[in-house]
Each structure stands twice: as C-alpha cells, then as structure tokens.
Design a protein around this ligand. Sequence first.
Ligand SMILES: [Zn+2]
Length: 317
Amino acid sequence: MRPFNQFTHPSFRLIDCPICGGEKFKEVITFTPDEFLSRRRKKYYDLSVLGIDFDTPFFIVKCLDCELAFVNPRFRADLYPKVYNEAKIGKYTIDDDGDGLISFSPHRYTTTAAEHARWVLALVDMLPRDDWDQDRSVRLLDFGSGFGYCIETATALGIEAVGVDLDDARITLSRAKGLNVLTPPEYDDSSFDEPFDIIISQAVIEHVDNLHDYLESLTRWARKGSIFFLSGITPRRIKMERKRGWWSKVMPIEHINYTNHKTLDRLMGQHGLKRIKNVVDVRPINGPRDTLAWPLKRYFPPGFGRGGFTAFYRYTS
Ligand SMILES: [Zn+2]
C-alpha cells in the first residue's frame, strides 16, 4: 500500500492538521471499507454516491505536534453532507402513512430518561449562581441533538432547549415530538434573544471536518461562565479495536477525528474554553463493573478503559 500522502483520488483531499496546522504525521492504520464496515453497515451505505468502493483505502494518521489522530486524506468538504444523507440509504425506514415518523432504527439506545435527567441536572448545578437573574430560565443548546432525547428531557425539566442536527431523519423525528431543532444553516442564520448557559455536543467532534469552524459555532451564543459538555473517541480506541479484531467506533467514513485530553484542551483553549477539573462522574452505578470502575475514576482520567472521553469546559471569554 502506498503511503497516505501519495494516495490521490478525486473524492479525497490531503490536509494539514485541522487543530494545529502541523504537516508532520505518522501513519496509524490503513484499511478499506471491506475491512472496517460491519455486515450491517455494508448494507446501509451506498458508497458509489461518494465515488468510492469497498476497496478504497482509508488512512488514519497522528499529528506529531498536537497528537490528533485523524483521517487523511479525507473526503472533499462538499461530500460530507452526502455521507450522512444520500450515502446512508438503508439506515432508517420512514413510515409511509404520512406522519413522517421513523418506524425502525437499528441503533440501540440504552440511555434512560432518568440518566439524561441526571446529566442535565448535574450541568445545571455547575452554573455560576452569583448575580443569576431569578426570572430567567436556564438555556441549553445541544449541538448534534440526534433523536432529541437530551433536549426532550431538558424541556421536561423546564429548561429552554434548542437542538442542531444535520441528519434529515433525526430532525423529522425531533420536530414531530414538538422539539426546537435547527439544521446547521438555520442555526447559522438564527439570532437568539439570550445566550445559552449549557452547551452540549456529544459524539460530534469525531465527525467534524473543520474543527475551528465547529468551535466557533459552539461558542457563538455562549456567555462568560457557560458550561460545555463534550464526548468523543480517543486514539486509544484504534488500538483497542485492532486488538479485538473488529471495528465499530473506529469507522473512518464518519469518524474522522480521535482526540485525547491534551489535544482537546489545546483546541478548546484556542476558543476561550478552560477545562473544569475534578468533575465527579454523575452516571448511576448499573452493575458490578461500574461499582469497580467508580473508585478508579478518581485516579485515572475519564476515558480510561473504553477509548472514549467525556469532558467539561467553562467559557472564559
Ligand atoms: Zn496537530
């Protein structure tokens, strides 16, 4: 296989590091959709929309400066909307009876409403209390709101919640539930009366082509003191899945960035965000594994063990 920087294809472009602009990388892995797509995913993707096939190589490299692991070369920017819509033909079935509701999704959602509520309330608890106007509601933005579970819970708790998502099927479902969800262009054109106190973006950063544009969008309607909650995938996950012998989170068609804490702090710091340390995990204890993991979490950084991270930041600008 040729090295990543000698692979040329009309659907791809070679980029500098999207966080630090670095140009020196080390190759982490090269694999093809035939290798990294599960049987289920092979069925729901139409790769021809993206101008590729099951044998097209994908490269993940690691920046020698900031340690970001990312897909490079990656799709041309204009192809990314297609990755989430036209290329994903069989992912959802939309009911034909006219209500626009999704009748089937192969995704399993195990997070309960109670768990969402616990997260949301923990975030509310972190807000600054001095000089808080008691007549004002808490405002929450969920950037990448998916099926709307989080904004639905927040709304039920009396929080003014707005979602942003780019997946047509998920937006349709969220709106059918009466939730306020915008597409990214609608969000860009929106003007809000008040900034947001809590900004959530879960499992989004791994999908984002332009990371600095993404952070600008996230912070555009933040106020000084706003709390940010992000989650994503760490480079460690690549090692874990390679060892395991099958790929799930490491899926370079959609998951194009893998960030550790140091890398994330650097990106966030460039946009006025400072990490909130010593956050106690608010997830409920569900079984023996969590009972054992909880004390360990005091000594190891979040993300330990599962190749994922959760991180809290405060807007200081
Ligand atoms: Zn870099």
